[in-house]
Design a protein around this ligand. Structure first.
Ligand SMILES: Cc1ncc(COP(=O)(O)O)c(C=O)c1O
Length: 402
């Protein structure tokens, strides 16, 4: 079940592969994070990159979230979901001049600037428009987030931000620029972080830098400590939103600056499943088997991209003898493996499986490889559900081609 709705019925009605999200879980997780920081001035800017399906973004907005957009496209979607520019922070390591101009013209809350070159471009674009752009400088604190290297962003070898020891000098040089209004400092050390220590150390770095800026007469009003708090994909214990706040608040409090957080995965990952039918079961010479699903790397890239683990469960109990199998997708790539060496009751073609905790970095990373139309998405709320993104058709795909 997803809330009061049967997953088997949803799959029968809408077909597979199918993403199903629980509005109740999104709401509960957003509120848990918001509550954890109660009593300290803060704003949660939901990281659109985790899942920006319009109805999901709208739901988060209705709960009181702001948005963290990572591209001009995500800014557009945020606006169409009803966020106003003052609720949007704009992050991204390679913002184009057109994207910067879009953000400046809109007057977004803050542009998180990634380099001196970008500060320079923002200044020029703002002056050309006779305005001042609100900017925060992204700090790379050289902290190991102890997450997968592909989603760690806070080491000096990573492409993000400017080194902590360069921040003071950069701010001194740029603070007087006519087109810039320095409003904050930003950092984000990675995603799927399951130890609060790196998050706390990153916050301590920006707090210390904020003090230096104050000594230099540069008055900022917020610290943006990014997202990154992980979730449990395998059932093991991970820090809660309360643990996160307990780690961060004592560090941040002395600064007196308001806090921006950019949670994505923590809110949306556990709220989604990917439903998929078994297409075939193939025995292997080594005694193991392949369970071939109708969903694969085109629907959920994470296992192939970062070796990510997702629990994959039968929606109805299967009674076949236990087997050890690789659960794979239908694509012409050996890497198209959703789960390796899984023990499960031998399924039959036509059995339905759910890939759990697939709400974040799932649908947003879907592709049309092998000319596969993108999956449909359903949002469940109590006993009601609706298709929030219809399944793509071959006609949709070919509409762009001559
Ligand atoms: C700048 C920034 N903020 C927020 C996030 C969201 O991270 P998460 O989904 O781990 O909370 C990301 C993702 O990596 C990011 O790059």
């Amino acid at each position: 079940m997803c809330e009061d709705v049967s997953l088997a019925q949803l799959a029968a009605s809408e077909g597979t592969p199918l993403y199903v999200y629980s509005a109740g879980i999104v709401t509960a997780r957003y509120r848990a994070m918001d509550d954890a920081f109660r009593g300290y001035p803060h704003a949660l800017h939901y990281a659109m990159k985790a899942n920006s399906t319009l109805s999901i973004a709208r739901l988060l907005r209705s709960l009181g979230a702001g948005a963290d957009a990572n591209s001009g496209g995500e800014i557009d979607v945020a606006l169409r979901a009803g966020f106003i520019p003052e609720q949007i922070v704009f992050t991204g390591v390679g913002k184009t001049p057109a994207e910067l101009a879009q953000a400046i013209d809109l007057g977004v809350k803050t542009i998180n600037a990634e380099s001196e070159g970008e500060l320079d471009r923002i200044d020029r674009l703002a002056r050309e428009r006779g305005t001042r752009a609100r900017v925060a400088l992204r700090v790379n604190p050289d902290i190991d987030a102890r997450s997968h290297p592909h989603i760690s962003t806070g080491l000096k070898a990573n492409k993000f931000g400017v080194p902590a020891d360069a921040v003071r000098d950069i701010c001194r040089r740029f603070a007087g620029r006519e087109g810039l209004e320095f409003t904050g400092l930003h950092t984000h050390v990675g995603s799927q972080i399951t130890d609060v220590d790196p998050l706390k150390r990153a916050a301590a770095t920006v707090v210390a830098l904020a003090k230096e800026l104050r000594d230099d007469g540069i008055a900022i009003d917020h610290l943006d400590v990014g997202g990154g708090l992980g979730v449990s994909y395998d059932g093991s214990e991970v820090p809660s939103a309360e643990d996160y706040a307990e780690a961060l608040l004592p560090v941040v409090r002395e600064s007196g600056l308001s806090l921006i957080l950019e949670p994505g995965r923590n809110i949306i990952a556990p709220a989604g499943v990917l439903l998929s039918y078994v297409v075939d079961v193939k025995d292997r010479p080594d005694g193991k088997a392949f369970v071939i699903l109708d969903a694969g790397m085109t629907e959920l890239m994470r296992p192939m991209l970062y070796g990510a683990f997702h629990r994959i469960e039968p929606v109805l109990c299967t009674s076949g003898p236990e087997i050890v199998a690789d659960i794979v997708g239908p694509l012409c790539e050996t890497s198209d493996t959703l789960g390796k060496d899984r023990r499960l009751g031998r399924p039959q073609p036509g059995d339905l499986f759910a890939v759990l905790d697939a709400g974040a970095y799932g649908a947003v990373m879907a592709s049309n490889y092998n000319r596969r139309p993108m999956p449909a998405e359903v949002l469940v709320d109590g006993g009601r559900w609706s298709v929030i993104r219809r399944r793509q058709t071959i006609d949709d795909l070919l509409a762009l081609e001559s």
